[in-house]
Design a protein around this ligand. Structure first.
Ligand SMILES: C[S@@+](CC[C@H](N)C(=O)[O-])C[C@H]1O[C@@H](n2cnc3c(N)ncnc32)[C@H](O)[C@@H]1O
Length: 286
């Protein structure tokens, strides 16, 4: 696994425990002080998790150029990132590099800040907004566009919530809104087959034996067949999830299409209003 902008290493150490002695976690960060801090705790966590060898390393690098950090093509199963891509001046370069270093079927699972409309040029230069990483927040529509151009599957929204600000920032931002949202992006083989399908979760994922909440739209209960669209079929069939599902083609299905929620602002509004389950129904949220 790879963590982009690993900071103090917190998420990498959590992953270190999850992947265990047969797995490996790499954290990349550009800041020497952060690298130094994270490296200081490698031995502590190795001991704590009962590992004979460290399974985590922290390397210096820019997430826009992972080649320079010597990360090879198709070398990671899963890439994570928390609150870093919004700080990058070149998001497309970051996601292009993510695509390059991910294996086929691999996944980018990441949280970031999104803004509801483009910041004015004047506000982009505001020091406080820079400091908070707000100036670089993406529109989620731009994320979807960049992902498409690079070749990723459509971003799958996992969750989102409104970000609240102190009075000073609130005044500067006036009617702009920001959310912290988590998306899943999959790199599928170019020739991955996609078809409408009935999928059944077979269980077997540690900690998720009876149900897997895949994203904001789909939760799969063990043994219960669910209809999924071509895109989600492609993801489940061609990723690490494949052995945990059975698939049954629904080529001639005439059933109505499930509304899929991808807009993190819509999700955050529904969550705030306490609407659950039927959150994606446009009649409630529009
Ligand atoms: C807000 S912190 C988040 C740290 C960590 N992901 C967490 O959740 O605690 C952002 C981190 O990203 C790193 N960073 C920002 N831009 C970067 C870039 N372009 N390349 C590499 N690291 C970057 C910073 O050095 C910092 O450690």
């Amino acid at each position: 696994m790879l963590d982009l902008g690993s900071g103090s290493g917190r998420d990498c150490f959590m992953l270190s425990k999850l992947v265990g002695p047969k797995g490996h976690v790499t954290g990349v960060d550009m800041t020497d002080e952060q690298l130094e801090l994270s490296r200081k705790y490698i031995d502590y966590h190795m001991e704590k998790f009962g590992l004979q060898q460290p399974n985590v390393e922290f390397i210096k690098g820019y997430i826009e150029n992972l080649k320079e950090a010597k990360l090879g093509d198709e070398s990671f199963d899963v890439i994570i990132s928390n609150c870093v891509i919004n700080l990058s001046p070149d998001k497309k370069a970051v996601l292009t590099e993510v695509y390059r270093v991910l294996k086929d079927g691999g996944e980018m699972f990441f949280s970031d800040m999104y803004i509801n409309r483009k910041l004015s040029e004047e506000l982009k230069k505001n020091k406080m907004l820079w400091g908070e990483g707000i100036s670089g927040a993406l529109l989620w529509e731009d994320l979807a566009q960049i992902a498409k151009e690079i070749g990723f599957s459509c971003p799958r929204l996992v969750t989102s919530r409104y970000i609240t600000f102190n009075k000073e920032l609130e005044e500067i931002l006036s009617d702009y809104k920001l959310v912290s949202a988590t998306f899943r992006l999959f790199k599928l083989p170019r020739d991955a087959d996609k078809e409408k399908s009935l999928v059944t979760y077979k269980g077997g994922i540690t900690g998720l034996e009876t149900e897997i909440q895949f994203d904001a739209n789909f939760s799969f209960k063990e043994g219960r067949a669910e209809e999924v669209d071509e895109e989600l079929y492609g993801i489940l069939k061609n990723s690490r999830f494949t052995d945990h599902f059975s698939f049954c083609s629904l080529e001639n299905s005439t059933g109505s299409k499930k509304d899929i929620i991808t807009d993190p602002f819509q999700f955050a509004a529904c969550s705030q209003a306490g609407i659950s389950g039927s959150c994606c129904e446009p009649k409630i949220c529009s």
